[in-house]
Design a protein around this ligand. Structure first.
Ligand code: S5P
Length: 253
């Protein structure tokens, strides 16, 4: 299996991701949207063999202490996955520099991947880059969203893609519903994936791994409730891993 993004010009975090992807035969990210440290660690341990990314919303953890992110970091390094803190930064450069580096969570000390809206302009990239000095961290720009009636216009999406293409020293790719750029160095990750449901009652839209990877050309599926809310998250993760990997094999054939 050839996974793209292994050439030398690629962002170092994408390079590591591609290695994990090939080694584990997985292009699955689990969105671990649970609300206690114990649940988050238990979920991470149970799905560790099947994922290449654990996506967190660290600010929904009610009993957060730095011990949690230290343990997650150790697990990620041992089991071979990256940690993506889905903070969706959206402020001026100086503010996001502090938000990624300081405060309770000190995200840039433990995350491998972060994401941001380009809405405030290019300064958000520079601010996040300044706050991430000292560790290899990749930034994903939100170019599209999965939710119903979102306000992303075609021109906003296009401008986001163009900005990513000229900031590849820090931007590693996109959160989007489909492949948007011809630049093979940029990776596409897609949330809003579920094999059993079409959506939820709060505006989420779902597609299957096959639609996302095979038909829409994305690289990584991001699955939340389809895995962590199932009776057996480990076997659900295996099912999503197999479905997303087969779709990638068909696409690359
Ligand atoms: O467009 C988006 C972008 C993101 S990062 N739509 C999303 O749903 N997300 C995130 O993916 C969302 O914040 C949540 O953590 C996850 C989807 O969870 P699920 O339970 O609906 O699979």
């Amino acid at each position: 299996m050839k996974f793209p993004y292994l050439n030398s010009s690629v962002h170092p975090v994408s390079h590591k991701l591609a290695q994990y992807t090939c080694d584990k035969k997985s292009n699955l990210a689990v969105s671990a949207d649970v609300t206690t440290a114990k649940e988050l660690l238990a979920l991470a341990e149970s799905v560790a063999d099947h994922i290449v990314i654990l996506k967190t919303h660290i600010d929904i953890i009610t009993d957060f202490t730095p011990d949690l992110t230290e343990k997650l970091r150790a697990l990620a390094d041992n089991a071979g996955f990256l940690i993506f803190e889905d903070r969706k930064f959206a402020d001026i450069g100086n503010t996001v520099m502090h938000q990624v580096r300081d405060g309770v969570y000190q995200i840039s000390r433990w995350a491998d991947i972060i994401n941001a809206h380009l809405l405030p302009g290019k300064g958000i990239i520079d601010g996040l880059k300044a706050g991430c000095q000292g560790r290899e961290i990749g930034l994903l720009l939100l170019a599209q969203m999965s939710s119903k009636n979102n306000l992303f216009s075609d021109s906003y999406t296009k401008e986001t893609v163009r900005t990513a293409e000229i900031n590849k020293d820090f931007v590693m790719g996109f959160i989007a519903q489909e492949k948007l750029s011809d630049d093979e160095d940029l990776i596409t990750m897609t949330p809003g994936v579920n094999m059993a449901k079409k959506g939820d009652n709060l505006g989420q839209n779902y597609h299957t791994p096959q639609q996302v990877i095979q038909d829409n050309g994305s690289d990584i599926v991001i699955v939340g409730r389809g895995i962590y809310a199932s009776d057996d998250p480990k076997s659900a993760a295996l099912s999503y891993q197999q479905a997303a990997w087969s779709a990638l094999e068909v696409r690359n054939a």
